[in-house]
Design a protein. Structure first.
Ligand code: NAI
Length: 442
C-alpha cells in the first residue's frame, strides 16, 4: 500500500471535527513548531523537504518562503489559494471538505514560519459548503486555543479568515487573487515584483496552494529529511491527484511521486483501468492547462522508459515551459473521444475566463475558440489548422499571466499529436450547426 500523509485518516468517521482530528494526532505540528522551533527552523525543514508548490507551478515552497521580504514594522501575510478552478482539478475541495483541520493546522505552522499574524484562505466562491466547513473548523480551533491571541501560551498571535472568491477562474492567479482580496476586480498584476516583495496591500505576502500548506504538517511532524525520502529526484513527497475522464474509478488519490503513469491508470489500487473495456487514447496529466499527450507518450517516454508521475518525467517530451504535473488534474480520454471537440471545449473555457487585459489572450482565445468551433461542426478549412498553431504561438509568452499559455498549449499540443483528426474533420465534415452556440459561420 502506498504511503499516505494527507489522506491517512480520510475514512475515520467525523475526521472533519476538531476532536477526532486531534485524537488522530492532529495539531502536533503546531505544538512542535510553536513550542520547540524558531520560525527560521520551520522554514529550514520545509526547504529540506524539497516540497514543490502543489497548485500547478511546482515552485519550491521553502525557497518561496525564504524570498519573503521582512522590512521592520511592515505586516506580512500568508494567503492560501483555495480558488481551485482548473478543469479536471478537485483535490483541494476534497481535502477541505473531509479534513479541514489539516489545512488550518498547516496555516498556523506556515503563518508562524513567515511571521504572519493575519492570514487568509481565499476559497473559490462557488464552494459554499467548504467555506462553511472551514469557518466551523476555524471556530473549533480558536476555542481550543490554537488560533487567536497567545496561541498555546507561546506569545504567538494569529487571526485566520476565510474569504469567498470572486467567482472567476482568473482569481486563482495569485496576483489577481490579491487584487480580489483587496476588494478590486481580479486582474493579474505584472510580476515582478512578486508577492513575496509586494503582495496584499503592498506588503510582503506568500501565496500557497491548499495542498502545499497542508503538506507542511507531516513535514514538521516527521522532519523535512524524512519527507524528502519519499518520491523521486526533485519530486519529493506525496501528491494528491484528481483523476477524471474515462476511468473505472475516478476520484482523488494520494500517490507517492514517481509512480508509473501506467500503474496509476491500470492498477486496481488506483484508477482500475479504462472504463467499459475501452482503450486509452490520450491523457492530460495536470489539468486543462497542460498539453494533451497520446496514449503511447502518456505511458512511455521517447526512449521507452516508463513515464512517471513526477514533475520531471511528466514534462519530458511535452513542450510546455512549465511543468505538466500541473495541479495534478489527471484526465484520461478513451478511444471514442474526439480530440477536436475536447480542444474546442477547453478553448471555450479559456475564452470565457480571459480577464481581457492583454490583447493576445483576449482576442486570441476568442479566435481559437471560433476556429475550433467551425472545425468541430464541419465548416472548417485545411488552413484553419495552421492558423490555430499560429494564433497559439502568438498568445504563448505574450501575456501578463499564464492564462494565455494555458489556453495556447492544449491547442498546439492537440494539433501536434492529433493533426490527422483535425484533417479528418475538414475532409469528412459532419456538417451541423451547434444551435446552442450558433457561431458556425465565423
Ligand atoms: P509562477 O511560476 O509564475 O510562480 C510560481 C510561484 O513562485 C508564485 O507564487 C510566484 O510568486 C513564486 N515565484 C516565482 N519566482 C519567484 C521569485 N523570483 N521571487 C519570489 N517568488 C517567486 O506560476 P503561477 O502563475 O503561480 O502558477 C501557474 C500554474 O498554476 C500553472 O502551471 C497551472 O498549472 C496552475 N494553475 C492551477 C490552477 C488550480 O486550480 N489549481 C488554476 C490555474 C492554473
Amino acid at each position: 500500500m502506498a504511503r499516505k500523509l494527507l489522506l491517512e485518516h480520510i475514512n475515520v468517521p467525523d475526521i472533519h471535527t476538531f476532536d477526532v482530528y486531534r485524537q488522530k494526532g492532529g495539531y502536533r505540528a503546531v505544538e512542535k513548531a510553536l513550542k520547540t522551533l524558531t520560525p527560521d527552523e520551520v522554514v529550514e525543514e520545509v526547504k529540506k523537504s524539497g516540497l514543490r508548490g502543489r497548485g500547478g507551478a511546482g515552485f519550491p515552497t521553502g525557497m518561496k518562503w525564504s524570498f519573503l521580504a521582512k522590512p521592520e514594522g511592515v505586516a506580512r501575510y500568508l494567503v492560501c489559494n483555495a480558488d481551485e478552478s482548473e478543469p479536471g482539478t478537485f483535490k483541494d475541495r476534497y481535502l477541505m471538505t473531509h479534513i479541514p483541520h489539516a489545512l488550518i493546522e498547516g496555516m498556523i505552522v506556515s503563518s508562524f514560519a513567515l511571521g504572519a499574524h493575519t492570514s487568509y484562505i481565499y476559497v473559490r466562491g462557488e464552494m459554499m459548503p467548504q467555506i462553511r466547513i472551514l469557518e466551523r473548523a476555524i471556530a473549533e480551533a480558536k476555542n481550543a486555543g490554537f488560533l487567536g491571541k497567545n496561541i498555546l501560551g507561546t506569545g504567538y498571535d494569529l487571526e485566520l479568515y476565510v474569504q469567498p472568491g470572486g467567482g472567476a477562474y482568473i482569481c486563482g492567479e495569485e496576483t489577481a487573487l490579491l487584487e480580489s482580496l483587496e476588494g478590486k476586480r481580479g486582474n493579474p498584476r505584472i510580476k515582478p515584483p512578486f508577492p513575496a516583495i509586494a503582495g496584499l496591500y503592498g506588503c510582503p505576502t506568500v501565496v500557497n496552494n491548499v495542498e502545499s500548506i497542508a503538506a507542511t504538517v507531516p513535514i514538521i511532524n516527521d522532519g523535512g529529511d524524512e519527507y524528502a525520502k519519499i518520491g523521486i529526484g526533485r519530486s519529493t513527497g506525496t501528491k494528491l491527484i484528481s483523476a477524471s475522464g474515462n476511468l473505472v474509478r475516478p476520484g482523488v488519490y494520494e500517490i507517492e511521486l514517481g509512480l508509473p503513469v501506467e500503474e496509476f491508470i491500470y492498477s486496481d489500487e488506483w484508477c482500475g483501468g479504462i472504463a467499459n473495456g475501452k482503450r486509452l487514447k490520450a491523457t492530460v496529466a495536470g489539468g486543462s492547462s497542460v498539453p494533451v499527450l497520446p496514449a503511447n507518450l502518456s505511458l512511455k517516454l521517447a526512449n521507452g522508459d516508463p513515464r512517471l508521475m513526477s514533475y520531471e518525467s511528466l514534462s519530458e517530451g511535452g513542450f510546455a515551459t512549465g511543468t505538466m504535473m500541473g495541479s495534478g488534474g489527471f484526465i484520461a480520454f478513451d478511444e471514442d473521444q474526439c480530440i477536436v471537440r475536447n480542444t474546442w471545449n477547453f478553448s471555450r473555457f479559456y475564452h470565457h475566463e480571459s480577464c481581457g487585459q492583454c490583447s493576445p489572450c483576449r482576442e486570441g482565445t476568442g479566435w481559437m475558440e471560433k476556429v475550433l468551433h467551425r472545425l468541430e461542426f464541419g465548416h472548417g478549412k485545411m488552413s484553419d489548422i495552421d492558423l490555430l498553431v499560429d494564433v497559439s504561438k502568438k498568445i504563448e509568452g505574450n501575456t501578463i499571466c499564464p492564462l494565455g499559455d494555458a489556453a495556447a498549449w492544449p491547442v498546439a499540443s492537440a494539433i501536434r499529436h492529433f493533426r490527422d483528426e483535425f484533417e479528418w474533420h475538414v475532409n469528412e465534415p459532419v456538417k451541423s450547426l451547434d444551435t446552442n452556440y450558433g457561431l458556425a459561420n465565423y
